[in-house]
Ligand binder design. Structure first.
Ligand code: NAP
Length: 333
């Protein structure tokens, strides 16, 4: 039944709208579609999520030799479509979770749904320096895969001390003349294997206890000015590009004031349940701890199953005719 499942004031009532197309959203879509819920997926303009900005994904189980991020997303997307998910590569501009059915505006067009799955993920964080903003796209970037190639054979700087910084540095070292990692502490947050891989590369150097004060250059990056937090010394590191890899913030602006968010802006969940009944969340938008493609996909599966069970349990209360596509999906591994 899905999108034909009822009408309110001339607008179709979907059983489920999934907001966000990444590993979490697509996995939720696969499970919901296979439960006959014909989910509508608002993928957003950044369809595919953060994995579209990665090269090798080496830790997603099932791919012995790794897989390219965009390729993995393409496959998940196609799998969701095969079972009848409707995908729209547009942004959600507004939601109203205070009414039933819920209202979701995709590209300013109103859609109604009995249940919602939030899988909007997270976005890269910036240092928020004026010079960083001015030179964004002119050597300042958060995506080594996208922009590293433009600065080949030149020195580059990576800011951060987590796995992303190590990954970016190792990737960039293939094309840069040298890579300097600037980290604000004397100890990395990144996992041992990622640190070892980066530090064993002779092109990669590290400045510990250092913060970026300014990106130097008028219309292109010429150097990165750092300050040593111990000695107070300021130094310009010559660089043609600066890659910021200091983590991510959850994309929850749409939901502020409508579902409970934690102080960092992540959706608060109990399992995948949010503070609003019928609204579920999965993936990085609610994950402060693991933030992996595989955990996002796993929680997407959980959200779809939780939503499906909730729809079934509340079918008699739903404003329009009850969803018929709701069946236990225990057989589907
Ligand atoms: P992260 O683990 O949160 O690390 C962020 C790093 O940036 C930290 O070292 C932090 O410093 C630093 N930082 C944060 N704000 C800063 C600021 N304003 N100025 C300077 N430095 C700042 O983020 P991530 O590296 O993006 O990784 C996110 C998650 O994805 C992690 O769970 C990670 O394991 C995973 N990941 C895995 C892989 C892989 O396995 N292939 C690759 C990439 C990411 P402090 O250490 O001082 O806090």
């Amino acid at each position: 039944m899905g999108m034909d499942g009822g009408e309110e004031a001339g607008v179709d009532v979907h059983d489920m709208i999934i907001i966000g197309g990444g590993p979490a959203g697509y996995t939720a879509a696969i499970y919901a579609a296979r439960a006959n819920l014909s989910p509508l997926v608002a993928e957003g303009f950044g369809a595919g999520g953060q994995l579209m900005l990665t090269t090798d994904v080496e830790n997603f189980p099932g791919f012995t030799d790794g897989i390219q991020g965009p390729e993995l997303m393409h496959a998940m997307r196609g799998q969701a479509e095969r079972f009848g998910a409707r995908l729209v590569a547009a942004d959600v501009t507004k939601v109203d979770l205070s009414r039933r059915p819920f209202a979701v505006w995709i590209d300013d067009e109103e859609h109604l749904a009995r249940s919602i799955v939030i899988s909007t993920g997270a976005s890269a964080r910036w240092l928020d320096l004026p010079s960083e903003g001015r030179l964004r796209g002119f050597g300042v970037s958060t995506c080594a895969t996208c922009d590293g190639f433009f600065f080949r054979d030149k020195p580059m700087v990576v800011v951060g001390g987590g796995d992303s910084a190590m990954e970016e540095a190792s990737f960039l070292a293939r094309m840069a003349s040298s890579v300097t990692i600037v980290h604000r502490r004397d100890e990395f947050r990144a996992s041992r294997i990622m640190v070892d891989r980066a530090l064993s590369n002779e092109k990669i150097h590290v400045r510990y206890n250092a913060v970026v004060e300014e990106v130097v250059g008028d219309d292109k990056v010429e150097a990165v000015r750092i300050r040593d937090r111990v000695t107070g010394e300021v130094e310009d590191i010559p660089a043609a590009a600066m890659f910021v890899a200091i983590g991510h913030d959850p994309n929850t602006g749409l939901f502020a004031g409508q579902v409970d968010l934690d102080p960092s802006g992540y959706v608060v969940t109990d399992g995948t349940r949010t503070s609003v009944e019928g609204v579920f969340a999965c993936g990085d938008v609610q994950d402060t701890e693991y933030k992996q493609a595989i955990t996002a996909a796993g929680s997407g599966c959980m959200a779809a199953m939780d939503a499906e069970r909730w729809l079934e349990a509340t079918a008699h209360e739903q404003t329009s005719d009850a969803p018929t596509g709701v069946v236990a999906s225990g057989k589907d591994a």
